[in-house]
Ligand binder design. Structure first.
Ligand code: PXG
Length: 292
């Protein structure tokens, strides 16, 4: 049976799941999205992801045709239909079909697409040995231009940064904000440990408020680790004892080198390992359950 994609209320065969060339999501990146995971029939932080999706949509004045409750059901039904235990879920809301002009009033109805597929895991060796990353020249979108809190379909800012990383032989990159403070990576938030305390750039640095970031902050507090959300410079990252990245796909990835500076001992750190273990535990026991 071929994979089914949810498109505005219908489950369509993967090969027939197409959007119009007049869709403003396609023409202008005019829409919002979420990436979510399910672990052994538990969708992790589904309500939080859906809430962020609706906040993004509200901010750019897209009315989602489903209630949040209906969206939850649509996600679960799509997972069940595809018999997926461990999945990557992509929710997309586009402003819909309009004409070739920018005018959002031409888009009469927004569109919801839910793609569920097998999760492609990152290589195990990355988690064992840690990642080497660099800072790239592309500055993170200015909050006053396109707020990074909006998870919009226009990801060019991040893709430009990713291109720079890949061109230099790296898989992930630090993006600074327009003031030169560390913001986040192209598809992950960044944390560091110094003398047993946990630090991450505050939301006011112009970042996506990552769901994984929130989970890690909570887990750290439960472990009685002191957490700080503040302004962070590269100097602090270079001199950290441990550095790691967080994201739905990546979970928690240790970082062992930044711009050629070795982090700590050059091996994934103890607190990073502790948080990785605790994170795994919550994904195994918490979430929205479904049966396949
Ligand atoms: N910052 C940015 C800019 C992101 O896009 C995160 C942080 C982490 O957020 P969550 O809520 O997932 O903890 C993201 C999300 C990919 C991919 O294929 C990654 C994201 C989005 C789309 C694709 O790596 N990351």
């Amino acid at each position: 049976m071929s994979l089914k994609v949810y498109m505005d209320g219908k489950l369509v065969d993967k090969d027939k799941a197409m959007v119009s060339v007049f869709d403003h999501g396609f023409l202008y990146g005019d829409g919002v999205f979420e990436g979510i995971r399910s672990y052994n029939c538990l969708v992790f932080k589904l309500r939080e992801h859906i809430e962020r999706l609706y906040e993004s949509a509200h901010s750019i004045m897209i009315k989602v045709e489903l209630t949040q409750g209906q969206m939850v059901n649509a996600v679960i039904n799509t997972l069940k239909k595809n018999k997926l235990k461990d999945a990557y879920i992509r929710l997309i809301v586009s402003r819909g079909v309009g004409d070739l002009g920018l005018d959002p009033r031409k888009c009469k109805k927004s569109s919801v697409i839910i793609i569920t597929d097998k999760i492609v895991l990152y290589p195990e060796q990355l988690y064992e040995n840690g990642m080497k990353i660099i800072t790239v020249p592309t500055v993170r979108n200015l909050t006053e231009a396109l707020n990074p809190k909006i998870k919009s379909l226009n990801y060019l800012n991040n893709i430009m940064a990713k291109i720079e990383a890949v061109n230099s032989g790296y898989e992930e990159a630090i993006m600074l904000n327009s003031l030169g403070y560390v913001a986040e990576c192209t598809g992950d938030n960044i944390f560091f440990i110094k003398k047993g305390k946990l630090y991450t750039p505050s939301q006011s640095m112009g970042i996506l408020r990552g769901i994984t970031r929130d989970v890690v902050l909570e887990l750290a507090k439960k472990q009685k680790i002191f957490v700080n959300e503040e302004s962070v410079t590269r100097h602090e990252i270079f001199n950290a004892d441990e550095v790691f990245l967080t994201g739905t796909a990546a979970e928690i990835i240790p970082v062992v080198s930044v711009d050629g500076r070795l982090i700590g001992s050059g091996k994934p750190g103890k607190i990073t390992h502790l948080l990785m273990r605790e994170f795994k535990k919550v994904t195994q026991k918490e979430g929205t359950r479904y049966k396949i």
